[in-house]
Structures are given as C-alpha cells and as structure tokens.
Write a protein that binds this ligand. Structure first.
Ligand SMILES: [Zn+2]
Length: 126
C-alpha cells in the first residue's frame, strides 16, 4: 500500500479515481506531494500515504492563451497554485470557473481532469 501510492504513477492513478493523496514524513511529520526521495526537512526517507480532502484556496493563477506545441485545441485555460487545507500547495488546471472570477483566496476543490488519455490535477468550484 505504501509503495503503491508513493510513486508518481500511482499518484495519478489515484487522482484519476478522484482521490488526492499526499505523503507524510515518518520522521518529522512534513507533508508532501509524491514523489519525493528524501524529506527536505529532516532528510529521512520514510513516507506514508495520507488521503487529502482536496479542498483549498487559490494562491495564484495564470491564464494560458498560447498553447504548448500540439495543444492548440485547449487554450485558453487557467492553471492555478492551490493551497490545500492540509497546508500543501499544488499546481492544477482550473475547470468550470470563469477566468474573470479567478482570484487569490477563491475556494476550490480538487477534481481529476482527463486530457487526451492523461489524468492531470484539476481544480473546480468548491
Ligand atoms: Zn521529515
């Protein structure tokens, strides 16, 4: 179980099913997003998976209007750095929130977003 959710592939498999998973350091209790080798705070490698509620608030955001190569059909879209209730910050795609209402402090909730066959982290209305 521990190994299963620690690598990045599993992190996205869980996310695809709507479950956001963090990891907590057994040494000092630091929370992080997979995958990490060593804890930045205490240098241990003793991660345990922890379910994250997925609720948070926008810290900052950017509207992407010029697409990366091959992604022309997706623009414009917004990406935001979201601070989760648990204290972690995470970058995600904004979905179902009009750009003009985006602002720092806006409550949002995690949801998986399918782009082509890939799952990415998304945030929609709380
Ligand atoms: Zn630690």
């Amino acid at each position: 179980m521990t190994e299963r959710v620690i690598n990045l592939k599993s992190f996205f498999e869980e996310a695809r099913a709507g479950r956001l998973t963090g990891i907590r350091c057994g040494g000092c209790g630091e929370l992080a997003i997979p995958s990490k080798e060593f804890c930045a705070s205490c240098q241990k490698r003793d991660w345990k998976p922890v379910p994250l509620a997925g609720a948070g608030t926008i810290v900052s955001f950017t509207v992407i209007r010029v697409a990366p190569r091959g992604r022309g059909g997706e623009v414009p879209y917004a990406v935001a750095v979201v601070k989760l209730e648990e204290g972690l910050s995470l970058l995600g795609r904004v979905v179902d929130i009009p750009f003009e209402t985006l602002k720092a402090g806006l409550p949002v909730r995690f949801r998986p977003v399918q782009i082509d066959s890939q799952t990415v982290i998304g945030f929609g209305p709380a």
